[in-house]
Unconditional design. Structure first.
Length: 367
């Protein structure tokens, strides 16, 4: 059985991190390690798990983080094949990446295109290269063709890589560094591959054509609010007996909300063990939002939160208020209009605010 995962990004992420009893391993690092442990727990003696790049979050992981990773890899009864990703790499030079200690410990590290054979299945691996994939992937596959054809008894061919896969929905600024899905399907047809799975981009996306699967695997562990949403992460792909399937492991999720109510009313998800919320509220409502969200953390329905004021709305409201105030015929009327439009928050007496404002103005005039 071959399993494929990608983008664990194990490292000391700082957001919402707290110390643990493991030196050099904070709580965010422990969450990613736990997902790697879940992958290992699914393996038996003859299984192989292929990590399609970015096992670590930086090319210079701490010794404690590397030791924790090796502990998880060594605890599994199966074997691992670790494909180099961009976060693993310092430079394109051979060996100039974070994966060397894992190789020295006996784990297979793939830094350049190669073919691996597991029973009747050939796995073509295309690790990260800094050039756009369209510039080098077709030539790399052509160079590997003799290796592919050398092995007799191959019934299945899978291509694994570390770069984004683009389609018509991909923003133009990302497309240049990705391989078009149409190209992936064409190459699968040319080499008689049944699947192409790629790491790098973190949201899972799957395309199917004529019995062939092309997929962005998705991050094993989301890295933060740059990977928002309750689904699309934690994917473990399995190839056995000519059949490709995937499951989504439960883990942390980072979700963006517009308004506190949306964050508080979110229904539990079976694949979300810890939910971190980024909540955008109207300017002036931040304190009330923090109080409500802190109560949710205390109740265990949220693991953490951050509150962001909607500055665009604040600027728009400020402009409208300024225009409204400008039509006043006296300073006192202008002050009343300003307080009328002021976002004072729940429980605040607007009349008392106006009284205090007038009092301060009178004091200033008396100086």
């Amino acid at each position: 059985m071959i399993r494929l995962v990608a983008d664990a990004h194990i490292g000391g992420h700082r957001g919402f991190a707290t110390p643990t009893d493991r030196p050099g391993v904070n709580s965010r690092c422990a969450l990613a390690l736990d997902l790697l442990s879940q992958v290992g727990a699914r393996m038996v003696h003859d299984d192989t798990t292929v990590i399609l790049g970015d096992l670590v979050d930086t090319d210079k992981p701490s010794p404690q983080v590397l030791a924790a990773i090796m502990h998880e890899l060594n605890a599994s009864p199966g074997s691992y094949c670790i494909c180099k990703g961009n976060h693993d790499s310092a430079t394109p030079r051979p060996g100039d990446n974070a994966l060397g200690p894992l190789s020295e410990a006996g784990h297979l590290v793939v830094e350049s295109p190669r073919v691996l054979v597991y029973g009747d299945t050939a796995l073509v691996l295309l690790p990260f290269q800094p050039e756009p994939p369209s510039d080098w992937v077709p030539a790399a596959l052509a160079a590997l063709r003799p290796d592919i054809e050398h092995h007799s008894g191959i019934r299945h061919l899978i291509i694994g890589s570390h770069f984004g896969l683009s389609d018509s929905e991909t923003p133009e600024f990302l497309s240049g560094g990705a391989l078009p899905v149409d190209t992936a399907f064409a190459l699968c047809s040319e080499y008689n591959a049944c699947a192409w799975l790629s790491g790098d981009w973190h949201s899972r996306k799957v395309w199917e054509r004529g019995g062939v699967t092309v997929a962005q695997v998705g991050a094993l562990c989301p890295t933060g609010f740059d990977n928002p949403g309750l689904t699309g992460y934690g994917s473990v792909w399995t190839f056995e007996g000519g059949r490709l399937t995937w499951v989504e492991l439960a883990g942390p999720r980072f979700v963006k909300y517009k308004g506190v109510r949306a964050a508080l009313d979110e229904a539990p998800s079976p694949t979300c063990t810890l939910r971190f919320a980024q909540v955008t509220v109207k300017a002036g409502e931040e304190d009330e939002a923090r109080e409500l969200l802190a109560a949710a953390v205390g109740a265990g329905t949220l693991a953490g939160f951050e509150v962001i004021a909607d500055r665009n709305e604040a600027l728009e409201n400020a402009g409208e208020t300024a225009a409204y105030v400008a039509t006043a015929t006296s300073f006192e009327a202008a002050l009343e209009r300003a307080v009328e439009r002021l976002n004072v928050g729940a429980g605040v007496d607007r009349g008392e605010v106006l009284r205090l404002a007038k009092q301060r103005v009178a004091q200033a005039k008396g100086k």
